[in-house]
Design a protein around this ligand. Structure first.
Ligand code: XIL
Length: 560
């Protein structure tokens, strides 16, 4: 029989009958004996939400419908609850949230644990098949760090990691194919981690493949990686690095670089990116490269240097504005008067400093202007044709062109006491008395195996600080005689250690820059015959004892 043949009365009776078989008769006026709230407890991290459901029951345990539920809580700053039972976690702590019907209530304990979370950057979460497993390197995160899945809307699935190294999210609300995996550290263990050091990777077969980091927020301590599929994801910390430690100290650990090498030598770029937060151009911002003809500049290599530094989040120092070496022939072979040479110097400084304004944090304005014998200012094309006040003018023009750049007087063989250091102090005093804008002194520190003592380094740094000036070691290397045994590298490491310790101990000492990275590319062998191995990385780019010592001293007292 088809339904078309049923009478309307029979159809109505069938519908009524089926309805009464599946729906209990509502008892809106029944007395509420208890209120059952589900889930029975809620654990969240700040920013997450959860939904509570309240069911009034009568004395026999049957559901009482038609009642109005009122939500309240002593949550305060821990969590808020909406009229429909939606809980939003605010800050760490414990609270109770109650649902009340006719003076009967049910209460749920809500715990909000400060910690990290892994979730989506926003938007709707749609299906991703399979669980996402996060593998946390042991020791990287403290045992009380809590993670969860944060949904932009809807109910979050919470998970917590307690002391383990593996964390599995089995999303009831699944990830979308293009969700963003976010990791945030809260306070407590793990808080010392420098967020940009974190890496997120996905296990493909037996290989960890690093995810593109799509965003890092240092303030919120967030690192975001793009999740493109379900699977196992890992959070990685790179090994401890000079850069990681320097960041934690607001210290600059730098290297002199060749931008062409940086752009083409992956190993060089990897060391630079991992270990250094400051760079200086070894050659490309010198006159001969930057200003090959009087009427034309060659900014391309300098621009490349700046672009790489910016891309790597590094400070860029400027080297050099007034120096007697590596000058173009048009300049050295020209015939100049004080007036014409001053005009050339002014034009160069204004053009170059303006070009890199806002990108160079500090300039070596005057380089090697002191005579080796301590007699005063070195006679050069600048200081003889113009006069010693070429130095004064260089500082003044640099300051006027980029008021935010720190301006340094840079020289060698002034790291310890001596006649040249006395001449340095006399020059500094003269410049300051004349109102010349100088901010710091750079110690090149091209050292031998018999450098000044720690006390002597300290003493000179203190003299500079007493002048209300910053200081830096700007070109550090320690040349080793080629004939030396391997143990000389330990002695070299001690010297590197002395320099960085002296700098770390002096509040006005802003950083240490090594003159290159690897012995393979160091300037030392070509200039000091019979010497080499001057840098912290060897001919094959492997770290030497000097590196290990720098790492230990920079990291002393810090978490990796
Ligand atoms: C050196 C470079 O390292 C070499 O590549 C170049 O051939 C000569 O100059 N003091 C300085 C630096 O201020 O600019 C010098 O750099 C090393 C000494």
């Amino acid at each position: 029989m088809s339904s078309r043949q049923l009478s309307p009365i029979l159809v109505a009776a069938l519908i009524a009958c089926s309805g009464s078989a599946t729906t209990p008769t509502p008892t809106p006026t029944a007395t509420v004996a208890s209120v059952v709230v589900t889930p029975t407890s809620l654990t969240l991290v700040p920013g997450q939400g959860g939904t509570l459901t309240a069911t009034p029951k009568d004395a026999a345990g049957a559901t009482v419908s038609g009642k109005t539920v009122t939500w309240s809580g002593d949550a305060g700053s821990v969590a808020t609850v909406s009229a429909s039972g939606v809980v939003t976690a605010v800050g760490a702590g414990s609270a109770n949230i109650s649902a009340t019907v006719d003076n009967k209530s049910g209460t749920v304990a809500v715990t909000v644990t400060e910690g990290g979370y892994i979730g989506t950057a926003g938007g709707t979460i749609t299906a991703m098949s399979g669980a996402v497993t996060l593998v946390i390197p042991s020791g990287a995160i403290g045992s009380s760090t809590v993670f969860g899945v944060e949904a932009a809307s809807g109910t979050p699935a919470n998970s917590r990691l307690l002391g383990g190294t593996t964390f599995t999210i089995t999303p009831s609300t699944a990830f979308s194919q293009d969700a963003t995996l976010r990791l945030r550290y809260g306070s407590g263990p793990g808080a010392g981690v420098v967020v940009p050091q974190l890496r997120i990777a996905r296990l493909v077969g037996t290989t960890w493949t690093e995810l593109a980091v799509v965003g890092v927020d240092q303030t919120a301590r967030l690192v975001n990686g793009a999740v493109t599929a379900g699977g196992t994801y890992g959070v990685f910390l790179p090994p401890p690095s000079l850069r990681g430690y320097a960041q934690q100290r607001s210290f600059k650990i730098g290297a002199a670089v060749d931008p062409t090498r940086w752009a083409t030598d992956a190993q060089y770029a990897a060391i630079l990116g991992a270990e250094f937060n400051s760079v200086v151009a070894e050659n490309v911002m010198k006159w001969d490269v930057l200003h090959p003809q009087q009427a034309s500049y060659n900014f391309a290599p300098g621009d490349q240097f700046i672009d790489l530094a910016v891309a790597q989040g590094m400070e860029a120092r400027g080297h050099v504005l007034l120096w007697h070496s590596q000058l173009p022939t048009w300049l050295t072979a020209g015939s100049w008067t004080r007036t014409t040479l001053l005009a050339v110097l002014k034009s160069h400084i204004e053009t170059v400093v303006a070009r890199y304004r806002g990108k160079i944090t500090s300039w070596d304005v005057a380089n090697e202007v002191l005579a080796d014998d301590g007699s005063g200012v070195r006679p050069t094309i600048w200081t003889t044709t113009i006069g010693p006040d070429a130095i004064d003018s260089a500082f003044a023009w640099a300051r006027r062109t980029d008021p935010d750049a720190k301006l340094y007087l840079n020289d060698y063989a002034i790291e310890g006491p001596g006649a040249k250091t006395d001449a340095l102090m006399a020059l500094v005093t003269r410049l300051q008395t004349a109102g010349i804008p100088i901010d710091g002194v750079g110690f090149q520190a091209h050292l031998t195996m018999t450098p000044p003592s720690r006390a002597q380094f300290d003493g000179v740094l203190a003299l500079i600080a007493a002048k209300n000036l910053d200081s830096r070691y700007t070109e550090l290397d320690v040349r080793v005689p080629d004939a030396s045994p391997a143990s000389a590298l330990d002695q070299q490491a001690t010297i590197y250690g002395t320099v960085i310790s002296a700098c770390l101990a002096q509040a006005r000492c802003r950083g240490v820059t090594t003159w290159g990275i690897t012995d393979k590319l160091s300037w030392i062998p070509s200039v000091f015959a019979g010497f080499g191995r001057a840098l912290p990385f060897d001919l094959n780019y492997a770290p030497k004892p000097a590196y290990t010592t720098l790492l230990a001293l920079l990291g002393a007292g810090l978490s990796p």
